[in-house]
Structure formats: C-alpha cells, structure tokens
Write a protein that binds this ligand. Structure first.
Ligand code: TMP
Length: 210
C-alpha cells in the first residue's frame, strides 16, 4: 500500500522541525515505516540548490530565480526520494512543500499564484500532501525564537516583519480554504502540548489508512 505524505508548514521559529522529529518517533512507535526529509533539499542535488537559496550571498536573487530554484529542487526531491518512498509504503514527513512556495514566493514576494500552480503541476503532477500541519504563532513570537538560535540568519530570516506577516496570513488563508487537508495547530504552547495536537491529527490519518 502506498505510504502517506505529510507536510509540516509555518513561518520560521514555530517549532515545526522539532515537531516533525517527534511525529516520526510517534509513528514509528505504531509500526509505521517513516522517512523524514525537508525542503528545499532532501537529495544531494536539492541540498546544493538549498545552499544557493539560503546563503545571503553578495548578489541579489530576484523572485523568479528564487521560484524556479525552489521548483528545481522540488522536482529532484519528488522524483528521487518522495515518490519512490511513498511507492514502497513509507510515510514521508516533509519539512515544507509547495504550500511554502504559495506563502513565501506567492504572498511574500508577490509571484502570481497561477505561475506557482503551473510549476507545481510540472514538478509533482498528481502529488499533493495527504495531510499538512500548519504551525501557527504570532510573527513577533516566532521570529524572536528563530533569531535566538546561534546560527547566522539565512537569506529569508533577514526579511522584515511585514514579509513574515504576509507569509503567515497566506498560510492561514490556505488553511481556511482547504480544511480537510490543512490542519492549523497553535504553536505558541509548550512543545508537549503541541505534540499531542499533532498526534491527534496523525491518529486520524492512521485510522483512515488501515
Ligand atoms: P527552513 O529549513 O528554516 O524551513 O528554511 C527554508 C527557508 O526557505 C524558509 O525561510 C522558507 C523558505 N522556503 C521558501 O521560501 N519557499 C519554499 O517553497 C520552501 C520549501 C522554503
């Protein structure tokens, strides 16, 4: 049986990567075979593209270049890792996917939605997440957490507050429009409380998958 594709979304600092690791443990504890991965990245080629996308290099990257690099990375990731893993029956837990492009490149950078959907149809025809967990928290809270990390801010983390407000609003709008797939989880609570909310959503999907 084909595995399930679960994506984790939200602005920086909402704790989605921590929650993804906890979710993987929770599922493995229930006998599910799990692959965890991230975007941009997940294959050697896509990880190289990630470096280009995130490094705050001296040269400006325009929005169209950024968009095409995101989808180039995604096409490699889907073809060489996600689709084969799903076909082998693994559940794939992915830190960000095309909803991130809708939110960051669409709302954040002003890229037309139609371009994003056309590229999605090319990069991953017929593939959409079975479940997307959207971790939501106020921008000020999330960014304060992200900026407290020791690593140097990447190209996105250097954006202004208004950029992240647009991204957060776009995510919430996506969730409102697709309630069955996109489940919004309050990320301001203690990690254990958030993990329990995640487990409830996974349990429902697990129930549907048996
Ligand atoms: P992260 O690993 O901290 O989530 O960093 C990835 C960054 O890339 C994050 O700032 C969001 C951004 N991003 C996009 O702008 N569009 C995309 O489609 C994806 C997958 C990520």
């Amino acid at each position: 049986m084909r595995g399930r594709f679960v994506t984790f979304e939200g602005i920086e600092g909402v704790g989605k990567s921590t929650q993804l690791a906890l979710a993987a443990d929770w599922l493995r504890g229930r006998g599910v075979r799990v692959v965890t991965t991230r975007e941009p990245g997940g294959t050697p080629l896509a990880e190289s593209l990630r470096s280009l996308l995130l490094e705050p290099g001296p040269q400006r990257m325009n929005g169209t270049t950024e968009l095409l690099l995101m989808f180039a990375a995604r096409a490699s990731h889907v073809a060489d890792l996600i689709a084969p893993a799903l076909a082998q029956g693994h559940w794939v837990l992915c830190d960000r996917f095309t909803d991130a492009t809708r939110a960051y490149q669409g709302a954040g950078r002003g890229i037309p939605a139609g371009w994003i959907e056309q590229l999605a149809a090319i990069a991953h025809p017929g593939l959409s997440p079975d479940l997307t967990l959207l971790f939501d928290a106020p921008v000020a809270l999330a960014l304060a957490r992200a900026r407290a990390r020791p690593d140097r801010p990447d190209r996105f983390e250097q954006e202004e507050l208004a950029f992240f407000e647009r991204v957060r609003a776009a995510y919430l709008e996506l969730a409102a429009g697709e309630r069955a797939r996109l489940r919004c989880i309050a990320a301001g609570d203690e990690p254990g409380v958030v993990a329990a909310a995640v487990a409830r959503e996974l349990d429902i999907l697990l129930g549907k998958s048996q």
